[in-house]
Design a protein around this ligand. Structure first.
Ligand code: SAH
Length: 440
């Protein structure tokens, strides 16, 4: 990493700071007092479904509540920010996206400066993270000159894809829409980069790519299992027989198919497994091993040690997961040990390492100082320091959030995917953010 890069980035970008909750803070026992018993359209839909086919798995519950095309939580509203239900790192401070932008440039250089790359983001929210990354790409344009960049957004939410388009694209160039096509929207960013939207990673062209997933894996559906004297039993969602229009958790009376996901040597008595996350990691690993590139995954999570982390958020507060479904976010901690296992050795993995370590290795302290030096305005300085504190403080997001990178095996053994002069380089440069501070 070159210190000059941080100096080359611009001043403060407009950003609001809210005194509110981020999703990684609490664990839900599922026992919080129900603050709202309203019968939502989603609850009616689920009750109908359970009455006709029996109790459903927690994974099916989560999938329906979050991404059902007609009524899903993510499909129709904007949940990020002060008016919404939670806030994420890119929304808190511009420094977050800037340092990630530098990470991608650094990996692109270390891997041999491919003539083109796709930047693929899974679950881009409001597009803020990409906006900050693209600003870095423009400001450090001399490094990337002659590189052909395209953006590929994997997003299921119609509402959020519209917000992403507003954030990223040039108003004067109209968007192309085709709801029937796997590429449901296309446009051009303010800096002239082509951008396409997909619902599924499978549809993104299998070209040399850098992949980014920030707070994406935690919304994918989890199965939950409880150890009982009779073996593992899956936790299901059923209708409460005592109270009308209310859901409750029950244990499956016998073994269910998803049980095969539990490791034979599992020692916990309650586990959450996210098969969809496994499918995404397998796809990423396959792509990276074939074409090169890298994936950067950041989320709150653990390394196969935690038990019950399924929880809900609404209006920046914890919310009972079974109450008023469709009006609150549902999430579970990411099991990084599972993600690494699902890469099946096709790629090398680095991390997970804590957010505070990753951002410090990427130079957040230097970047903060540069931004502070550029502004005398007390409220802006305050905002920068508060943002830094939220991202870095171990009691806030510094420890709970982790970074995991997937890179081709060649990347760590000094050989580049491309046939060029760099192939003979004796030792590869360390992967930025994951090793000792490597500023020049
Ligand atoms: N990365 C953003 C937003 C995180 S919220 C940030 O950090 O601010 C989760 C995002 O994933 C939202 O954009 C949501 O619409 C999207 N999403 C949820 N389930 C998805 C799925 N199955 N496929 C693609 N995107 C999904």
């Amino acid at each position: 990493l070159d210190m000059e890069w941080l100096c080359g980035l611009g001043p403060m970008a407009a950003r609001d700071l809210f005194p509110c909750l981020w999703r990684g803070k609490y664990f839900s026992s599922g026992n919080e007092p129900a603050e709202n018993n309203s019968v939502t359209p989603m609850l009616r839909h689920l009750i109908y479904k359970i009455k006709s086919t029996g109790p459903i798995t927690v994974a099916e519950y989560m999938k329906e509540v979050l991404t059902n095309p007609a009524k899903g939580y993510y499909m129709k509203h904007d949940m990020l920010g002060e008016e919404g239900d939670f806030i994420t790192s890119p929304e808190i401070s511009q420094m977050f996206g800037e340092l990630l932008g530098i990470w991608f440039i650094s990996e692109w250089i270390a891997a041999g400066k491919n003539a083109a790359f796709q930047l693929v983001e899974l679950g881009p929210g409001k597009g803020t993270l990409l906006e900050d990354i693209l600003r870095v790409f423009s400001q450090l344009g001399s490094l990337l000159k002659n590189c052909d960049i395209s953006l590929h957004l994997v997003e299921v939410s119609q509402k959020l894809s519209e917000i992403q388009a507003l954030t990223l694209t040039e108003e004067k160039v109209p968007l192309e829409r085709n709801a029937e096509s796997p590429v449901y929207m296309k446009g051009v960013t303010k800096s002239g980069i082509p951008v396409s939207w997909y619902r599924d990673l499978q549809d993104v062209p299998k070209e040399y790519s850098f992949y980014l997933a920030h707070e994406f894996f935690d919304v994918l559906p989890v199965h939950k299992f409880q150890k009982t004297p009779h073996g593992w039993r899956e936790v299901l969602v059923d209708i409460d027989p005592q109270v009308s229009d209310k859901l409750r958790f029950v244990l499956a009376p016998c073994a269910t198919p998803a049980e095969t996901f539990i490791q034979d040597d599992e020692t916990r008595d309650h586990v959450e497994v996210c098969p969809e996350a496994g499918v995404v990691i397998q796809e990423l690993s396959q792509r990276i091993s074939l074409t090169g590139g890298a994936a950067l995954i950041a989320d709150y999570g653990h390394d196969g040690t935690k038990t019950d982390t399924f929880r809900g958020f609404r209006g920046h507060r914890l919310h009972d997961v079974l109450t008023a479904p469709g009006t609150a976010d549902l999430t579970a901690d990411v099991d990084f040990s599972y993600l690494r296992r699902m890469s099946q050795g096709k790629v090398a993995s680095l991390g997970p390492i804590e957010q505070q370590t990753f951002l410090r290795n990427m130079g957040i302290d230097v970047r903060l100082k540069i931004l502070l030096d550029k502004t005398d305005e007390p409220s802006l300085r305050q905002q920068l320091l508060q943002g830094y504190n939220m991202l870095m403080n171990p009691m806030k997001m510094g420890e709970r959030f982790n970074f995991l990178a997937l890179v081709p095996h060649q990347r760590l053994h000094g050989r580049s995917h491309q046939t060029n002069a760099r192939q003979s380089k004796p030792s590869p440069s360390p992967v930025a953010g994951f090793g000792e501070l490597a500023w020049q």
